[in-house]
Design a protein around this ligand. Structure first.
Ligand code: NAD
Ligand code: MG
Length: 392
């Protein structure tokens, strides 16, 4: 029987890769809903191709343009608007699988809605987990949702754990999770030239093609910091059990070290179709459309320690994790504000860490106990980041 899929963030990089994998398996999946923020053209094109039951636009003005287009087409696709629309297609009783691929805090409520509605969730939106940690994992447990990570590292860790492993359980017999990082475009750039880094430089990742926000996060290594926090929640472990290792070739996507000295790794081309196909097919496997590795053609695989002076954002994230959930929310919010300002050329690359550090130093919110608390802390941190921006 085919599974009905809602793809949140369908017009983005992960959304496109997901649709690419689904196109290889037309009998296994039915596209139930496709969502986007403001991109009317891209979402309309996807509707023509996939004929979903629902299309959702977050932005109301964009939605009225799409409504116009849909009404002049042969499509029966219904249009929903705003956050409520996103939550509706994440929780609809007809949906089996929700691909959470919105970027940033904007994905929080819909990811939660999927967990509370017992869905199989393919989680790309790491920011929502960083913000809600234990609360999200609790919602998954309480509602018997199935959580499958598609962030490549976490998918690799999941694949290197026993077949019966469920996210959120303690990892038996594991001595360490080895989280690999490419080091991004500035692994070897002269530190003295960091003040000249442009958004174009930061978005030119050597191994992966991704959305702009995660590309900048990869360049600062805040992405690895967010992934560090993500791994702690997904695999129920503490910071002492995670080690970040630079692996510039992005062939080993992460590893799990066991107490007997064995280390299991997942390897593959740096192509998100592989973790997406793994999670879509789970617990089976099917074609991802990506060729296997040719070991005769691989250059050396190398590993090195992280230079913390070069990448202060990684340590800021690890510090936030030890401070608690409110600090993780503030870290994420400050980073989103700072990355956005950097992409708009309002601040320099190095200011991103400065702004996040400033916001983290001023966190004094009590720990959140519900989504509304999370949103309040997020808003406070964004205000604090805006003040730091103006001062920079
Ligand atoms: P992207 O910028 O390419 O796409 C983002 C999607 O989210 C788009 O469909 C956009 O319309 C939608 N969106 C943006 N703002 C929104 C808002 N305010 N409300 C509703 N929808 C909104 O991003 P991406 O690279 O596909 O990344 C998506 C998520 O997946 C991020 O959390 C990222 O960290 C994670 N991720 C991405 C990759 C990758 O290779 N791209 C790898 C691992 C994890
Ligand atoms: Mg990743």
């Amino acid at each position: 029987m085919s599974q009905r899929v809602s793809i949140l963030g369908a017009t983005g990089s992960i959304g496109q890769s997901t649709l690419g994998v689904i196109a290889l398996h037309p009998d296994d999946f039915e596209v139930f809903a496709l969502t986007a923020n403001v991109n009317v053209d891209a979402l309309f094109e996807l509707c023509l191709k996939w004929k979903p039951i629902y299309a959702v636009l977050k932005d109301a003005d964009a939605a009225s343009l799409l409504s116009e287009r849909l009404s002049h087409s042969d499509l029966d696709t219904q249009l929903l608007v705003g956050e409520d629309g996103l939550c509706q297609v994440a929780s609809d009783s007809r949906v089996d699988v929700v691909v959470a691929a919105i970027v940033g805090a904007a994905g929080l409520k819909s990811s939660f809605a999927a967990a509370e509605s017992s869905k199989k969730i393919l989680l790309a939106n790491k920011e929502s987990l960083v913000m809600s940690g234990h609360l999200f994992m609790q919602a998954v447990r309480d509602n018997q949702a199935t959580l499958l990570p598609i962030d490549s590292e976490h998918n690799a860790i999941f694949q290197s754990l026993p077949l019966t492993y469920e996210c959120g359980q303690p990892t038996q017999s594991v001595s360490k999770i080895l989280l690999t990082a490419s080091g991004g475009p500035f692994l070897h750039r002269d530190l003295a030239t960091f003040d000249a880094i442009t958004p174009e430089d930061a978005c030119a990742h050597p191994n992966w093609t991704m959305g702009k926000k995660i590309s900048v996060d990869s360049a600062t290594m805040m992405n690895k910091g967010l992934e560090f926090i993500e791994a702690c929640f997904l695999f129920a472990c503490d910071a002492a059990h995670i080690e970040v290792i630079i692996h510039p070739q992005s062939i080993v996507h992460s590893m799990v070290a066991y107490v007997d000295g064995s280390v299991l790794a997942q390897m593959g081309q740096p192509d998100m179709s592989i973790p997406i196909a793994h999670a879509l097919a789970w617990p089976q496997r099917f074609d991802s459309g990506v060729a296997s590795l040719d070991f005769m053609k691989l250059a050396d695989l190398s590993f090195e320690a992280v230079d913390v002076e070069r990448f202060p954002c990684l340590q800021l994230a690890i510090d936030a994790l030890s401070q608690g959930q409110s600090a993780c929310i503030a870290l994420n919010a400050a980073n989103e504000v700072a990355v956005d300002a950097f992409l708009r050329r309002e601040i320099q690359f190095l200011d991103i860490a400065t702004i996040v550090r400033h916001v983290l130093a001023n966190v004094d919110s009590p720990e959140p106990t519900c989504i509304d608390d999370i949103i309040r802390i997020d808003e406070l941190a964004r205000k604090s980041a805006q003040q730091a921006l103006r001062a920079s």
